[in-house]
Design a protein around this ligand. Structure first.
Ligand code: ZN
Length: 118
């Protein structure tokens, strides 16, 4: 009788031990790296790049061609023909649309200046 009880206790202890260890292995890294993981997704640069990519992908080809022609292959601010980018006059995030009326050509430099203003 005593032997059986001891065996049972041993197994129970082993079970609790393994259970605790496996929970620690899963939970500890989450607690330790939580701030780091959250900060990764909150990085403003990361967010801005994602938003810019979304905006660029959303402009239909024919709208791009129309804007390209209308703005005569130049930055509408300074007239530069280098590093041109499509720019939403009203950003998509603020309710702007993907139509030619809301898109203009800007060089990289003017685009950065503009996004700093916003
Ligand atoms: Zn420019």
């Amino acid at each position: 009788m005593i032997n059986i009880d001891l065996l049972f206790l041993k197994e129970l202890f082993l079970f609790i031990f393994i259970f605790t260890v496996s929970i620690l292995v899963i939970v500890l890294p989450i607690i330790l790296f939580r701030e780091w993981i959250i900060s990764l997704f909150r990085r403003p640069l990361f967010k801005r790049q994602l938003q810019q990519k979304k905006q660029r992908d959303g402009i239909p080809k024919e709208v791009q061609r129309e804007v390209w022609r209308r703005d005569e292959h130049r930055c509408v601010e300074c007239g530069s023909q280098k590093n041109l980018e499509f720019d939403h006059i009203i950003p998509i995030s603020k309710g702007g649309s993907n139509t030619a009326r809301n898109i203009q050509l800007l060089c990289e430099e003017c685009n950065r200046k503009k996004s700093n203003r916003i």
